[in-house]
Design a protein. Structure first.
Lengths: 124, 240
């Protein structure tokens, strides 16, 4: 890895960390959701500070250069994140749908009861 | 109406809920309670309705943190002074509620029903996890909490408000650690707990490891960066 790439990786990681911690600080992000990004940033910092570790892993996997290995790793991690987010969005949409339907059904029940009460009042 | 609310989160507890709530209603009628049915797929909600229990029936599953928070919102809106988290599976014993309340009235914010205050921990994987969390809390706050994972916790009115209305206030050791750091007063009271008699525990090795990693990371790293909402930190300043 070139020094420039290492510096870029470190700067990007620090930026991710700073943004994430700011969101936690102001209670804008859940702790669970920050964990992935903090680990992700720390991993990139480790590989930039100790390029030997990245070289060794790169040799093990058989990528042409360490930079390629880093790109592959980043793409892989982002794919995993993308997949888990897509699962979560499905769950969220199902929950929102169920909630909206529940509220509408409860409203309907309430309105029917109210109109029944009104009818009874008119009769008496 | 009592000034203490027992919050009973229940997720698929059809085998336990009747025994737990009936026992409370018969033996401890001086306390109010509410069952939070966290979108159970089994007959939990039906049983509660048939028996006429006080029930908050969540239409979808929120998980323990969200379900318990719903109970705290209920406690906040109905002006309870104290709220206690009480498991729906029968692990917690109600005879310890009164001693915890008495401790609370000495002026604490949170009182934990602790299994290991005077009794020693047994040696097992679960206890290793508990000790690690104790150590993490001690490292970051300097305060010893003997049983950080106990789910039997009592909260003051001030804490009820804070937990009910804010983000990242799950009923977990990392929140306790954070609040300790912010100057909250936390006490422990020795209690006994029963093994769960029916139903399945959520704690399998995979979930337990995930939980441990999340808690340790949260206590050791994240909580150091959090800032408390001015509303709550100001109040504490005034009291001193």
């Amino acid at each position: 890895m070139t020094t420039v790439l290492r510096v870029i990786l470190i700067l990007m990681s620090l930026l991710i960390l700073a943004v994430m911690m700011r969101r936690i600080r102001h209670a804008k992000a859940r702790i669970e959701d920050s964990m992935f990004w903090v680990f992700f940033a720390l991993l990139l910092v480790v590989f930039s500070v100790f390029p030997g570790a990245a070289d060794w892993l790169s040799d093990l996997v058989g990528t042409m250069s360490t930079a390629n290995f880093i790109y592959m790793l980043v793409i892989f991690l982002l794919m995993v994140k993308c997949f888990s987010m897509s699962m979560r969005i499905s769950q969220l949409e199902t929950k929102v749908k169920e909630l909206v339907q529940r509220i509408a059904l409860d409203d309907n029940k309430l309105e029917e009861r109210m109109s029944e009460l009104e009818k009874r009042e008119k009769k008496s | 109406m009592s000034d203490l609310l027992i919050i009973i989160p229940a997720y698929n507890e059809e085998k336990n809920i009747e025994r737990v709530v009936d026992h409370l209603r018969e033996q401890y009628p001086q306390f109010d309670y509410i069952v939070i049915n966290d979108g159970s797929r089994d007959a939990t909600a039906r049983i509660c309705r048939e028996k006429g229990y006080h029930l908050l029936d969540l239409p979808v599953n929120l998980g323990l943190a969200g379900g318990f928070q719903a109970g705290l919102k209920y406690a906040w809106e109905n002006n309870y002074s104290y709220a206690i988290q009480f498991d729906g599976d029968g692990q917690h014993r109600p005879e310890y509620i009164q001693p915890m309340k008495e401790k609370m009235e000495e002026g604490y914010d949170i009182v934990i029903g602790s299994r290991f205050l005077t009794e020693k921990k047994s040696r097992s994987m679960r206890m290793l996890g508990s000790s690690l969390l104790s150590l993490a809390i001690r490292l970051t706050t300097g305060i010893r909490i003997k049983d950080p994972t106990s789910g039997m916790r009592m909260f003051s009115r001030k804490m009820i408000e804070e937990f009910a209305l804010s983000l990242n206030y799950g009923p977990e050791p990392d929140t306790v650690s954070y609040l300790l750091k912010q100057g909250a007063r936390v006490a422990e009271v020795q209690v006994k707990m029963d093994e769960r008699t029916a139903g399945v525990s959520y704690l399998n090795p995979v979930n337990a490891s995930k939980y441990m990693i999340k808690m340790l990371f949260s206590i050791l790293v994240i909580q150091n960066f959090r800032k408390r909402d001015k509303r709550y930190s100001k109040k504490e300043g005034k009291q001193k």
